[in-house]
Ligand binder design. Structure first.
Ligand SMILES: [Zn+2]
Length: 226
């Protein structure tokens, strides 16, 4: 059997995740906490086996789908390319219905007013990548969309609940995606979470759990899928 074009590997210690038939949710390295290394499970591409079609679809999850682990997994499991594209498209339409924004390439260009203020001539200038129009207002939804596509492929119609620990943007992003995918979501927030964020999370149907921060701990976004 040919080696997989895409695998999940821990960037910290090299642990290779078994296929989903053996381990359905390989998002956490089993050696996490061991040694002075950050155990982060990442997608590793076999560059000899990846070919990019490079279409011009405005949705980057469709345009660059050959780079996604979920696309390789879907193809190995017998899903056609067209069926995968339809899955992304359907989710994207649902995201736009919930948030008013879909996943699109964000604009990048020369900002003339800013360039003039800073004294640049016509051959120079300041170029800005504008990320403010992202789904849920930050880049966080893009990270979670990759995981959600994996779940949609692996779970095939089941819709188990999701959970996230976050004090802001990641929680909002998760709430939009969970709503779009019609899945329940628990959000674990610190006691001093922003009232505006909590209000929006409630509107999106997330179940909010307030947790005291443990002394000495830093809070990062952590995504858990039960
Ligand atoms: Zn590891």
């Amino acid at each position: 059997m040919k080696p997989a074009a895409s695998t999940l590997v821990c960037a910290g210690c090299g642990w290779a995740a078994p296929p989903p038939e053996e381990l359905r949710y390989p998002f956490r390295c089993p050696r996490a906490g061991r040694g002075d290394t950050d155990h982060v499970v990442t997608r590793k591409l076999n560059s000899l086996r990846v070919e990019l079609a490079r279409g011009d679809d405005p949705n980057p999850f469709i345009r660059y789908r050959e780079l996604l682990h979920s696309w390789h997994l879907a193809r190995r499991r017998g899903l056609s390319d067209a069926a995968y594209v339809a899955l992304v498209r359907e989710l994207d339409v649902a995201v736009a219905r919930v948030d008013g924004r879909a996943f699109r390439t964000t604009p990048f260009g020369r900002q003339n007013a800013l360039s003039d203020r800073l004294g640049f001539g016509p051959t120079g200038g300041v170029w800005v990548k504008d990320e403010t129009g992202n789904v849920s207002g930050s880049h966080k939804a893009r990270h979670l969309m990759g995981i959600l596509l994996y779940l949609q492929v692996v779970e095939r119609g089941e819709r188990p609940g999701l959970a996230i620990a976050s004090c802001g943007n990641a929680a909002l992003a998760a709430a939009v995606l969970a709503r779009a995918a019609n899945r329940p979501l628990q959000v674990f927030v610190p006691l001093d979470a922003d009232a505006v964020v909590l209000d929006r999370l409630g509107t999106l149907g997330a179940q909010i759990e307030s947790c005291p921060r443990q002394p000495g701990s830093k809070l990062h976004s952590r995504t858990l899928w039960n």
